[in-house]
Design a binder for this molecule. Structure first.
Ligand code: URA
Length: 241
């Protein structure tokens, strides 16, 4: 890759705007291969040169893809006055990262986080019908008629009923609650909770196990994240092939 201006490198990575970069350079906060750059029009090759900001090497890969195991209690937002957000868990200083869709504050499980805006947009686009698999602890027993009801699409008070969804029982607990698996092909606001509300069996706990072709890595503890493997990335890109 040819050399690029360092202010372009920082702004493309979502780390610093051009004016912030110029200021940082003046303060001597930026170095290339150990040499302090005092001007933001200095050039570097992000694939070859070691670029540091305030002594820390910056990660010059432009697109990153993370799988996050969202814990309950944090909200899917960039910032919030009152609650922890998912970005309190992600130790990546890029400012252009976003979650792919959202999970409610009390929902746990797989959430993709990326700065690939194009992929993010496609994964959420209704026309691709990317499946999402949830495990819901519900109050009550799931009947065959409930499963059929979900298969036809459910009126949850929106303009249109939901797309047909697949549901099955995973476990029936002695206390009268049940663990159900629900696969939906859209991502409407509180969709899973509203679907179970529609059959009078409210969700007590909700966990997302799969997003499209990806399954939550069981070794990823709640609150932890990792990059997608090459294979996972390929699989997710194949959703739109
Ligand atoms: N549906 C919900 O009701 N909540 C979520 O967090 C995700 C899907």
């Amino acid at each position: 890759m040819p050399k690029q201006r360092i202010d372009k490198i920082f702004s493309n990575l979502g780390l610093l705007s051009r004016s912030e970069c110029s200021r940082a350079a003046k303060y001597g906060h930026i170095a290339v291969n150990g040499e302090v750059c005092k001007a933001s029009d200095a050039k570097a090759d992000p694939n070859v040169d070691v670029i540091t900001y305030k002594g820390q090497q910056i990660d010059t890969r432009s697109l990153v893809y993370y799988m996050f195991n969202k814990p309950a209690g944090c909200i899917t937002a960039n910032e919030d006055k009152y609650s922890a957000t998912i970005f309190d868990y992600i130790k990546d200083t890029r400012t252009n990262l976003s979650a792919v869709g959202r999970l409610d504050k009390d929902t746990t499980g797989i959430l993709l986080i990326t700065n690939d805006g194009d992929m993010n947009h496609k994964l959420l686009a209704p026309r691709y019908h990317v499946p999402k698999t949830y495990e819901a602890l519900i109050n009550g027993r799931l009947l065959e008629s409930d499963i059929k009801f979900f298969e036809r699409g459910v009126d949850i008070g929106d303009e249109k009923p939901t797309l047909p969804a697949k549901c099955k029982v995973l476990k029936e607990n002695e206390d009268g609650t049940s663990l159900a698996e629900l696969v939906i092909y859209e991502g409407r606001f509180h969709q899973v909770k509203r679907m179970f509300e529609a059959i009078g069996k409210p969700v007590i706990k909700l966990h997302r196990r799969n997003f499209g072709p990806l399954e939550l890595d069981e070794s990823l503890e709640e609150g932890k994240y990792r990059e997608l493997t090459k294979e996972e990335l390929e699989k997710i890109k194949n959703c739109f092939a």
